[in-house]
Design a protein around this ligand. Structure first.
Ligand SMILES: NC(=O)c1ccc[n+]([C@@H]2O[C@H](COP(=O)([O-])OP(=O)(O)OC[C@H]3O[C@@H](n4cnc5c(N)ncnc54)[C@H](O)[C@@H]3O)[C@@H](O)[C@H]2O)c1
Ligand SMILES: [Zn+2]
Length: 678
């Protein structure tokens, strides 16, 4: 049974965490204290429930709480060895745990356990951090809140910060909370409602004060030539720059990208102070752990031609890496963890928007959200005063903190296709959908393209949320539609690395029955369609300089001369030769091109359901429902071929074990001697 204090805590946390004005995603933590009967002694025991490491307040559940004994937490004060060794206290929290299960105690546990209040909230609201990062934050705190809120100078989160805040609470009985310099807020209350009211009062009072007292144009006057481009133009420019930018962000390790062109970002970039503020970097530890200390900011106006932007971005990337290496070298000690890569995680393009990067789409998206938080913080701080983030040495101490490093080391091993962006054509059903599903299950982000937007989106929704799969409409035989599809992939995930030319249809007709229109349709969708898709996606892959994979779903019929099949089999043979031609041509860019030759995939196949099956059944003299079994009996292995079998072959060709194979066709047909390759 959930203790009532924990139940109140979860409800309050969910309310606070679901409004972005109160805290950033997964930022902040909350706690409640209460008494329970100790199952060991039968006596009452005082406990603290506190949000554990990781996890988000908005979706917090009981499993996300750490439960500790207060008597033992308080006893830690007597063994605390001092600031130099405060990190050791995190390990000591494990010896205060009550019962098993729940989350690991976070670094902020001390603050919650030591502050003598039944309910405590620690949050990262933009309005509160704006005050916390203002050069005169201390004076502003007393002007805005009087003596109800106390200023705490910057200190890295940990045991000492907990002791500091506990002392402030004790010495200021009138106070409901404090502003943590450079960082965020902490508030408390006798009841859960009182703590929530205190948090919201601090957040809303700070926001109202900023709204009333901010000078106009906190980011300075508009910068001529840096106004946002109209939406269609900025999306087109973002798509055109996406490959270069993803390549820049992926020099040390491949990254997934997220693009946003929200008003906050565009306004910031359109104002004269953005270069100075961008260079100052973010302040709240949560922010810069996700965004790196500073972004890479393109210093060209909104209408600068794409080629100029590409060239300048590449120069800036070299400078960014040198600057980051120098920052690491300035502050690293022999005990510091190794440098984690010097590429930017946030790239800002004036007039266009922001690209953010991470090990997966969710991380990339959240990094972008955090930079928007940082922009809001800078706007508030500059509106009232001067933005003054914590200094660089402190940022380094957080970024390369041994405890942070340990958290990273505990992360589960990434899946084989993690960070890869796959685009599968004709993926609303059949082999395409099975392939998209498999690639997503192995860690890829997938773009599902098909004729019908509705069906493409339905297939994407079946595979996962928009951080995993998105559906787009595209007729692969239409060059403009193909470009729009590739642009959509770049805007959704930053680029493309793994392309599956699967779209197709089949008209089973004899030579005499095949019309010129039949011929054109078959060739337009398969030969021309896969040519167009390969061309548009190869351009992105070459621009990214990250290699890539193109896989053609051709067919047994590309080599086998079956009956009544002139147009279909001819265009499949065309596709099969595209594999060899492109393998030869694109290898210089690290792009592998391979093919799969399926046969007799009846289940789930739209091709079979829409007439081809009936026709094949008639040709072979069997009932349509028995076609799968009929094909199975025709094979050497006597096995029916399923869409999943094709999907598995695609994964193997693109996966970590087939790095040295290009120009290959893999038959997935349960063994058809007439279609053996030689
Ligand atoms: N099913 C088999 O036995 C078999 C055997 C060999 C090869 N193949 C090949 O596998 C691929 C997938 O076939 P399937 O059996 O899953 O069939 P399917 O009909 O279930 O899937 C094909 C998909 O392609 C889409 N499509 C058709 N024209 C398109 C266009 N112009 N632009 C974008 N999308 C378009 C369709 O809407 C459909 O969703 C095809 O290329 C097919 O030739 C299938
Ligand atoms: Zn914090």
């Amino acid at each position: 049974m959930t203790h009532p204090a924990a139940a109140d805590l979860i409800a309050r946390s969910n309310r606070l965490g679901s409004d972005p004005k109160n805290t950033n995603y997964a930022g902040g933590n909350t706690s409640a204290k209460g008494t329970e009967t100790d199952p060991v002694t039968g006596q009452p025991v005082e406990l603290v429930w506190v949000k554990g490491s990781g996890g988000d307040l908005g979706t917090l559940t009981e499993q996300g709480l750490a439960v500790l004994r207060l008597d033992r937490m308080r006893a830690l004060v007597d063994v605390y060895p001092g600031l130099e060794r405060e990190d050791e206290m995190v390990a000591a929290f494990d010896y205060c745990l009550h019962g098993k299960g729940g989350a690991a105690p976070s670094i902020d546990t001390a603050m919650h356990g030591l502050v003598d209040a039944p309910h405590v909230d620690h949050l990262h609201p933009d309005s509160g951090i704006a005050v916390a990062t203002a050069a005169d934050g201390q004076e502003l705190t007393s002007t805005i809140f009087g003596d109800k809120v106390v200023w705490v100078p910057w200190r890295r989160p940990g045991f000492q910060l907990g002791l500091d805040i506990a002392e402030i609470k004790e010495k200021n009985p009138q106070a409901i909370g404090c502003i943590l310099g450079g960082h965020g807020i902490t508030a408390w209350g006798e009841t859960s409602d009182e703590a929530e009211r205190a948090s919201l009062w601090i957040i809303d009072t700070a926001a109202a004060y900023i709204a009333e007292h901010s000078r106009p144009e906190p980011f300075g006057p508009p910068l001529a030539g840096y106004a946002p481009l109209p939406q269609a133009e900025r999306r087109a420019k973002a798509a055109a720059l996406g490959a270069t930018i993803r390549g820049i962000a992926s020099q040390d390790r491949p990254m997934v990208g997220h693009f946003t062109d929200t008003g906050e970002v565009l306004d910031f970039l359109a104002s004269s102070e953005h270069p100075r503020l961008g260079a100052l970097g973010t302040s709240c530890p949560d922010h810069f752990l996700r965004t790196k200390v500073k972004p890479l900011v393109l210093d060209l106006p909104s209408d600068a031609p794409v080629e100029d932007c590409v060239a300048r971005l590449k120069e800036l990337a070299v400078a960014y890496r040198e600057d980051y290496q120098a920052y690491y070298d300035r502050h690293a000690t022999p005990e510091s963890p190794a440098i984690r890569g010097a590429d930017p995680l946030i790239v800002l393009v004036p007039g266009v928007g922001m690209f953010s990067f991470g090990k997966d789409k969710q991380t990339a998206r959240v990094a972008g959200e955090f930079y928007v938080n940082a922009i809001n913080v800078m706007r508030g701080a500059e509106g009232l005063s001067t933005y003054a983030p914590i200094d660089e040495a402190e940022k380094f101490r957080i970024e390369y903190w041994a405890l942070e490093e340990a958290k990273l080391q505990r992360m589960p091993k990434p899946k084989p296709l993690a960070t890869r962006v796959a685009l599968v054509t004709g993926a609303a059903g059949g082999i395409g959908k099975a392939t998209a599903k498999k690639l997503a299950a192995e860690g890829a982000c997938v773009v599902i393209a098909d004729l019908s937007l509705e069906k493409a989106q339905a297939a994407a929704a079946e595979i996962g949320g928009s951080d995993v799969a998105v559906g787009v409409a595209a007729d692969v035989s239409d060059e403009d539609a193909v470009q729009a599809m590739v642009d959509a992939a770049v805007l959704a995930f930053g680029g493309v690395d793994l392309v599956v030319n699967n779209a197709g249809l089949s008209l089973s007709k004899s030579l005499m029955d095949t019309t010129a229109a039949d011929w054109d349709l078959q060739h337009n969708v398969m030969a021309k369609g896969s040519f167009l898709v390969s061309k548009a996606t190869a351009k992105v892959m070459v621009g990214q300089e990250m290699g890539g994979d193109i896989v053609y779903i051709s067919s047994k019929n590309s080599v086998f001369a079956g009956p009544n099949n002139i147009a279909y089999s001819a265009t499949k043979a065309d596709q099969a030769h595209q594999v060899r031609l492109l393998a030869a041509e694109l290898g210089a860019h690290g792009i592998k091109v391979n093919g799969v030759n399926p046969d007799g995939v009846v289940q789930g196949s739209g091709i079979f359901a829409s007439g081809w099956g009936a026709n094949r059944a008639a040709v072979y003299g069997v009932e349509e429902k028995d076609l799968g079994t009929f094909y199975a009996q025709r094979t050497i292995l006597k096995r029916e071929v399923l869409p999943e079998n094709i999907a598995n072959a695609v994964f193997v060709l693109c996966g970590p074990d087939m790095t040295h194979t290009t120009g290959l066709h893999v038959p997935v047909d349960a063994g058809v001697a007439a279609a053996f390759l030689r």
